[in-house]
Write a protein that binds this ligand. Structure first.
Ligand code: HEM
Length: 502
């Protein structure tokens, strides 16, 4: 065997010494100061880029939750290219910071991709906290009652009829329900029948897709370096141009059509028609608020209803228990909103859907508008605040066995809503930014779920060979999550019940 030369031994020793020096250097520069007066703990970063390489790509909510255990703090801190980021991992910290101190935590970070490149700055969900946002939100709240009982009952029936005719297209029918109800309530306009191309649904889906993909702060480097968007060769511009066109359609076309219809005297009453009749209303603000109402009305409920169908495939006993409750309370007709308080099991299912697979695991990003401190840690004005709703809703000390879909966790042993178990309010976001469409969404979900359970059985799909095909239960998306496409069988429980849909 050849002996190593003196030169190669010296070279190996020098390389080992250099590697050790680099390791010591990295350890030194990555050491974080911690303790009172410092930012909360978190992973050590590198010079200049900070924690860029720590930003998790897959299921970041799980990783941030694990960091809390690792660093022994319910809030964790990162810094990326000088931008401070705070992740809130507990209900206690969320209630203290986003709730009690909401005057400081209701701002949104500047997100150049969403606000400037895609052009969604007209949408008050992305506006900085201030008078303009307040004006938009007030107008939304004043007119959200356009999603009234008549609107929601009508669209639920259309939805159930669509399910009866082409059950395999259930995802399209859910989108059609949400967008159809929303377009009519907001603008008095009608979508095409489910399954046919529709310009409004098309635009709403693209706007929602842009929010899904670009809504988590830091997904695009341009969030840290706004000047990047001025460079011609960045690939994100091509996709952003498609989203921007959809955002323009949503922000102008339905409003202009409603205006024209009103001028001709042939229009359906809607939130927009009421605002348009008010001579005092600011036209730009009104147009933008109506567009936000339509766009958001087309978004999160779609995911929640799809999650319900997924849960019913995976948990047949829960489906049967819910059907038994409905059959007992409403034997001969479709359930309506007056039945809600008599159907605690269904109420528990709605709560559990939001908790089990929250549509918005990080809510929307908030921003801190003035210096603050928490548990002795210093928090700098301008910090991007990420509420980890997923971690809050999967806290095993509040919701034991959190990965399991189990509506009975919200019930007493005699079947009533257990007021001692925390209502999973984190589903709806926080403080002054809490979802203003919560009531609309809850009643839309109640009607859709109750109607499905009354008329249909949801079962796993069966392959040509007779094998049962259980969905994996995977999700896709970013700021908003949707179940990945899955197959199932949706069939009427009986011909007698199908007649209820005529
Ligand atoms: C299951 C359905 C829904 C869920 C889970 C949901 C959840 C949320 C969440 C988590 C936020 C962010 C709150 C925060 O920043 O802390 C939000 C904001 C918002 N939601 Fe919803 N939402 C739903 C349905 C709706 C519907 C149907 C509408 C409209 C009709 C709507 C309109 C809005 C608007 C306009 C905002 C922005 C509020 C602001 O920034 O001031 N949402 N929603």
């Amino acid at each position: 065997m050849p002996q190593p030369s003196k030169l190669s031994l010296e070279l190996a020793a020098s390389l080992a010494a250099a590697a050790a020096a680099v390791a010591v250097f990295i350890k030194l520069v990555r050491r974080r100061k911690s303790g009172p007066g410092c930012p909360p703990p978190g992973p050590a970063g590198f010079p200049i880029v900070g924690n860029l390489f720590d930003l998790p790509v897959n299921d970041p909510w799980r990783i941030y939750q694990a960091w809390s255990a690792q660093y022994g703090s319910d809030v964790v801190h990162m810094r990326v290219f000088g931008t401070h980021m705070l992740v809130i991992n507990s209900a206690k910290a969320a209630s203290e910071l986003l709730g009690r101190r909401s005057a400081k935590y209701s701002d949104r970070p500047h997100m150049p991709m969403i606000q400037d490149t895609i052009g969604l700055s007209w949408h008050f969900a992305f506006m900085p906290y201030g008078d303009l946002w307040r004006q938009h939100r007030r107008l939304f709240v004043q007119h959200a009652h356009a999603f009234d009982n008549q609107n929601q009952t009508k669209w639920t029936k259309i939805f159930l009829q669509n399910l009866l005719s082409t059950p395999d297209d259930f995802m399209e029918h859910i989108q059609h329900l949400a967008s159809g109800a929303s377009l009519e309530a907001t603008f008095g306009l009608q979508v095409q029948p489910s399954g046919q191309p529709d310009p409004f649904i098309g635009a709403a889906k693209l706007v929602v897709q842009s929010i899904v993909e670009a809504g988590i702060f830091g997904t695009y480097l341009v969030d840290f370096f706004p000047w990047l968007r001025r460079l011609p060769f960045f690939s994100f511009k091509k996709q952003a141009a498609i989203w921007r066109a959809a955002s323009d359609v949503a922000a102008h076309v339905p409003w202009d059509l409603t205006k024209k219809a009103m001028e001709s005297g042939d229009f359906l009453p809607s939130a927009a028609s009421v605002v348009l009749s008010d001579n005092e209303a600011d036209e730009t603000v009104s147009r933008q608020v109506m567009a936000a109402m339509f766009a958001n009305g087309s978004a999160a409920t779609v995911s929640a209803i799809a999650t319900f169908i997924l849960a019913m495939v995976l948990y047949p006993d829960i489906q049967r228990a819910a059907q038994a409750e409905i059959d007992k309370v409403v034997p001969e007709r479709l359930p309506d909103l007056t039945d809600e308080h008599n159907l605690p099991y269904l109420t528990a299912i709605i709560r559990e859907i939001g908790r089990w697979n929250p549509v918005a695991p990080f809510a929307f990003p908030h921003a801190l508008s003035a210096d603050d401190s928490y548990n002795g840690y210093h928090l700098k004005a301008g910090t991007v605040v990420i509420p980890n709703s997923w971690a809050i809703l999967h806290d095993p000390t509040v919701y034991p066995d959190p990965e399991k879909f189990d509506p009975s966790r919200f019930l007493t042993s005699d079947g009533r809503i257990n007021t001692l178990v925390k209502d999973p309010e984190a589903v709806w976001g926080y403080g002054r930014r809490v979802c203003p469409g919560r009531k609309v969404a809850t009643s839309e979900m109640f009607l859709a779920l109750a109607g499905i359970l009354k008329v249909f059985d949801i079962r796993p799909a069966v392959s040509e060979k007779g094998e049962i095909l259980l969905p994996a239960g995977d999700y896709e998306g970013g700021l908003l999550r949707y179940p990945k496409p899955f197959k199932c069988s949706i069939r009427p429980r009986s011909t007698k019940l199908a007649v209820l849909l005529q």
